[in-house]
Design a protein around this ligand. Structure first.
Ligand code: MG
Ligand code: ZN
Length: 216
């Protein structure tokens, strides 16, 4: 039984990868730069997307976001209130977006219009790692409020992402978390090759560095 399950999982992941590659090609054909954001509920993905999008718009770039959530349109509403065009992508039951759901969202959009697309995944640090969507960059966002052990507990998501961000630096002291511990864990996990980006979407500390890192 276990072998059958492994086989089924393999097929699902293989099909997802096929559609993700197709999404990537579609986005490139339209000259669009796409960034996916993964991270827990409350890590600040939506706030970060809003701040990055403000900077993109001030550079004259046209931006749209895909707001992924199990149900509801709270993130899409926040994005739209900030002036960011956004479409909602509900998974219904699943705790992650998959490439096919993103494909359906892309088909609803006028891709000619956009230079940059931000995809916000469902709040979850586990299975999004296994489901690439076709973005140029995969970003994982954690926050100081989640404790200092997130990197130690969730290797896969950090290893499957291009850039890692530690948000809510402004309240690290208040929640008793030492950002250097998290940075040390991330450095060790990535063989000393990568550094976690520190930011606060509230004070905007570190946001410009993320713009540079994502080559936006
Ligand atoms: Mg959100
Ligand atoms: Zn999931």
């Amino acid at each position: 039984m276990h072998i059958v399950q492994v086989g089924m999982e393999y097929d699902v992941l293989k099909e997802n990868n096929r559609i993700a590659n197709s999404n990537y090609r579609l986005l490139k054909e339209n000259g669009i730069r796409t960034i996916e954001f993964m991270g827990s509920i409350g890590s600040g993905k939506t706030s970060l997307i809003i701040k990055l999008a403000e900077r993109m718009r001030s550079k004259g770039l046209s931006v749209c976001a895909i707001a992924g959530d199990v149900t509801g349109d709270d993130d899409q509403k926040r994005m739209r209130e900030s002036g960011l065009e956004a479409i909602n992508c509900n998974t219904g039951h699943e705790c992650h977006l998959d490439a096919n759901l993103v494909r359906k969202s892309l088909e609803k959009m006028d891709l000619d219009k956009y230079d940059v697309i931000f995809i916000e995944n469902v709040g979850n640090l586990v299975c999004p790692a296994d489901f690439p969507l076709g973005a140029d960059y995969r970003v994982v966002v954690i926050s100081t409020t989640e404790g200092d052990d997130m990197v130690r507990k969730h290797h896969d998501i950090f290893l499957h992402s291009d850039i890692a961000i530690l948000n809510k630096m402004d309240i690290a002291d208040a929640v008793g978390v030492d950002p250097d511990v998290i940075a040390g864990d991330y450095g060790r996990l990535t063989g000393g090759l990568k550094t976690i980006y520190r930011c606060s979407t509230r004070t905007e500390e570190g946001v410009d560095e993320i713009v540079s890192a994502l080559q936006l």
